[in-house]
Design a protein. Structure first.
Length: 60
C-alpha cells in the first residue's frame, strides 16, 4: 500500500491554490480603513499614510 503518482498529483492540485502568493494591493490600507476618510485623506497614497503614522509613533 502506498501513494500512486495520480494520488500525489491530486494532492498537489488540491493544495496549489494555498501555495500561490496573493497579489499585494497597494491601496489595501485605504480600502481597509475607508470608513475613516476624514482621518485618512484619499489624495494620499497608502505608502505615504503608513510612513506618516510611523514617523508620528517614533516621534512620541
Amino acid at each position: 500500500m502506498g501513494l500512486k503518482v495520480n494520488d500525489l498529483q491530486a494532492l498537489s492540485d488540491a493544495f496549489a491554490p494555498l501555495k500561490r502568493p496573493k497579489k499585494k494591493d497597494p491601496d489595501a490600507v485605504k480600502k481597509m480603513l475607508g470608513r475613516f476618510k476624514n482621518i485618512f485623506p484619499p489624495e494620499k497614497s497608502s505608502a505615504e499614510l503608513v510612513r506618516e503614522m510611523r514617523e508620528k509613533t517614533i516621534a512620541r
